[in-house]
Design a protein around this ligand. Structure first.
Ligand SMILES: [Mn+2]
Length: 436
């Protein structure tokens, strides 16, 4: 009857940025493996949102189970249920329940029916009239007067939403039930004041605004990244591994080496896939010698070439054919707030620009919709052809920024960006320099 009492205590999530790309997912997956191999427990890589088709292809290629997709990591009431507080079965003789209550040191304990449904709390004060009338403690616990005056929490409630109420409430513990009214256990009032039982490792990003929703509720213990630093000061020391290299997978591969460990054949393949996808098979100007050196090492360990993985990923239905315009714009979109401007830059890799030009109206309308819905000054979509090494930019919003952009407008009213492959290293700096 007492199911789900073992809570996931101190789970460590490894998670990349929202709208995940291959580098973010592969680096999270491989880093979780590295941490487990170096003795950490309860480490789990997450995919923030939907697994993109190209990432799915990589996991299938190596016969691996992809990381679990999660929409958010908000801390829920079920996560802070205290496993030490017993649940009293309704059919147990009252005298036994009173003994449990006494040895627990609690002022009251929850009672559940045989089907798990919460009946009420057993507390000595409520029992006094019963003692006086009968003095019979052989009745079942469920037959005794129970009380239900305290708030009953739902297991799915966000801790954030019920915290203030719980702390102000006169009761010291709260029963937690699921959607069917079944008792999961008890949350102690003090649990609301404690740090949640999870920890977070961020990969391929360090700005919580770009992270999985809820990431700011969980203490970050480590960051592995190759982006600009915008991380808030921390209360305690954390591990921070960053470098100016072409992919986060490169850094994770180097961490394996640094620990004196070799990734397995499959993990090496996963790392290689993330590395070539982020460096666009070494064509991106973000590529460094370190990326090439580690790619060669990963090729040896995995028995596949980077080219083979890149071809495989590119052969999987492009975003423009397999997704709606809304999904395509959202699949790899990052939001920024700079110099009083709020904006969003999306990027797609596509080697067939005809597909792009055919959907211009729909994609433009989607950018406009996102811009209005999120109160942005402008929103743009960079479509990059990694094979030919250039990009085109679709821009909606702030006319002053648009006019300041350094590129020529070509056919279809799109900006032509020859040689531009990297949003981070080429597009973003130009955009930032255009903000008045
Ligand atoms: Mn990356």
């Amino acid at each position: 009857m007492c199911y789900n009492l073992r809570m996931a205590f101190r789970k460590i999530y490894v998670c990349g940025h929202r709208n995940p790309d291959c580098d973010t997912i592969m680096s999270a997956y491989a880093l979780a493996d590295l941490r487990r191999r170096t003795g950490w427990q309860n480490v789990e890589a997450l995919c923030p949102g939907r697994l993109p088709p190209r990432a799915k292809w990589v996991f299938e290629r190596f016969g691996l189970q992809p990381p679990r997709s999660r929409a958010d990591v908000y801390v829920r009431v079920r996560d802070i249920v205290c496993p030490e507080v017993p649940i009293l079965p309704a059919d147990q003789p009252l005298i036994n329940s009173l003994r449990t209550l006494e040895s627990s040191g609690e002022s009251s304990l929850p009672v559940a029916a045989a089907d798990g449904v919460f009946l009420g709390m057993l507390s000595p004060a409520k029992l006094l009239p019963l003692f006086i009338a009968k003095g019979d403690l052989s009745i079942p616990t469920g037959g005794a007067p129970l009380h239900r005056e305290m708030p009953i929490l739902q297991s799915d409630d966000r801790v954030h939403d019920v915290k203030a109420m719980a702390i102000r409430n006169a009761h010291n513990h709260f029963p937690v039930v699921d959607a069917q009214g079944r008792l999961l256990g008890t949350v102690l009032k003090r649990a609301f004041a404690e740090t949640p039982p999870f920890r977070m490792i961020l990969v391929d990003h360090n700005e919580t605004a770009q992270g999985i929703p809820g990431v700011d509720e969980i203490p970050v213990i480590e960051v592995v990244d190759h982006h600009r630093v915008s991380f808030a000061p921390t209360a305690e020391p954390i591990r921070y591994t960053a470098d100016v290299v072409g992919s986060t997978c490169t850094i994770v591969a180097r961490m394996f080496r640094g620990a004196g460990l070799r990734p397995s054949k499959q993990i090496a393949g996963v790392l290689l896939a993330g590395l070539v996808s982020d460096t666009l098979l070494f064509l991106s100007p973000t590529t460094t010698e370190v990326d090439r050196t580690l790619a060669a090492w990963l090729e040896k360990l995995s028995g596949v070439t980077g080219k083979e993985l890149m071809d495989g990923m590119m052969s999987v239905g492009s975003a423009l054919t397999s997704l709606t315009p809304a999904q395509a714009v959202d699949s790899d979109r990052k939001s920024y707030a700079e110099s009083g401007y709020k904006f969003s830059l999306a990027q797609l890799e596509e080697s067939n620009f005809v597909l792009f030009h055919r959907q211009l109206d729909a994609l433009g309308a989607e950018l406009e919709r996102v811009r209005t819905a999120e109160g942005l000054d402008f929103a743009a979509l960079l479509v990059t052809d990694p094979l030919r090494g250039h990009s085109e930019l679709l821009f909606r919003g702030a006319e002053t920024v648009r006019r300041a952009l350094p590129w020529r407008v070509g056919a279809h009213g799109l900006f032509n960006l020859p040689g531009v492959l990297s949003r981070k290293k080429q597009l973003l700096p130009e955009v930032l320099s255009c903000l008045p």
